[in-house]
Design a protein around this ligand. Structure first.
Ligand code: NAD
Length: 276
């Protein structure tokens, strides 16, 4: 089973999407890890970022653990399975429409922009993202592997015709194809397979990177959570950036930088570019 939305992974109320804790610059341990991360990136031209919902929280898009917002109104377990979509597309589209409006109004934050800059500088090879929000591309990254698809396109579940989202009228829900079939966003719901091309590319990138930045993911969604493990087995250094420890911490990851992704990535960039 391949989920759009994660299952398990701890207390959903451990942090709020809108109460991002302070990240303490000046703390010796944190500063050492920032220096170590900046050095690892600077020395490599084969860095890959593996990102999850947490990287977009500072852009105003809640992850599934953040209190409040969209996911209190729409329980992912009830709205995010392909079975639920097929059984009642109108009901699921009420959630998709609200989520789509939120995604359209969101902008990349410092973490997305830092990854775009690292690609421009020749250090970052690619971003493998579990997010469907398109914010990496908006920030300027060119090589983005959308492991769980994208909200930017729709596909007819009857004839398979694809539409860019801006060409679709949402006057009534669910939106429909010219053939009258129901349209679905090209995102991966629970119960749907990972797009094969994205999976193959992600595996290839993981096997060939020297440093993997694992940013804002609880790493509980399968098979995406295997990507850092593959990179580790191939000899990459695994650097986690997250508000809290995850299933990877201390086993798969070599170190973790704890704090909001935007502020941490900005600190790493400042270190690399001599801005601090
Ligand atoms: P998740 O909700 O399971 O976990 C989010 C992780 O990010 C947690 O470990 C949390 O501690 C961390 N986090 C939260 N705020 C952070 C911040 N400011 N800085 C750093 N880390 C922070 O998310 P996941 O692991 O990506 O789960 C995967 C599924 O969630 C994906 O399949 C994706 O489709 C879906 N999702 C996507 C979006 C999006 O596109 N923006 C939003 C919500 C959910």
């Amino acid at each position: 089973m391949v989920p759009l939305f994660p299952v398990g992974g701890g207390n959903p109320n451990t942090h709020s999407a809108f109460a991002i804790p302070h990240f303490k610059r000046g703390d010796i341990l944190t500063d050492n890890l920032i220096r170590k991360t900046a050095q690892a990136i600077s020395r490599s031209r084969k860095v890959v970022a593996f990102t999850g919902a947490g990287i977009s929280v500072e852009s105003g898009i809640p992850d599934f653990r953040g209190a409040g917002g969209l996911w209190e109104k729409f329980d992912p377990a009830e709205y995010a399975t392909i079975e639920a979509f097929l059984a009642n597309p109108q009901k699921v589209w009420a959630m998709l429409k609200e989520m789509g409006d939120l995604l359209e109004s969101s902008r990349p934050n410092a973490a997305h922009r830092s990854l775009a800059r690292l690609e421009e500088m020749g250090h970052l090879r690619s971003v493998i993202t579990q997010n469907i929000d398109h914010l990496h591309q908006e920030a300027g990254n060119k090589r983005v592997i959308e492991y769980h698809g994208s909200h930017k396109n729709l596909i007819c579940i009857q004839c398979g015709r694809r539409y860019p989202k801006e060409e679709v009228k949402f006057e009534s829900l669910p939106p429909r194809c010219a053939c009258s079939g129901v349209l679905k966003p090209t995102v991966v719901f629970f119960g749907e397979p990972i797009p094969w091309g994205a999976h193959l590319q992600a595996v290839e990138e993981a096997r060939n990177c020297e440093v993997m930045l694992v940013i804002g993911t609880s790493a509980v969604v399968s098979p995406a959570c295997d990507i850092p493990v593959l990179a580790k087995k191939a000899g990459a250094a695994i650097v986690e950036i997250n508000l809290e420890e995850t299933a990877l911490t201390g086993s798969v990851s070599d170190w973790i930088l704890k704090g909001p992704a935007g502020r941490i990535m900005q600190a790493v960039m400042d270190r690399m570019t001599g801005a601090e």
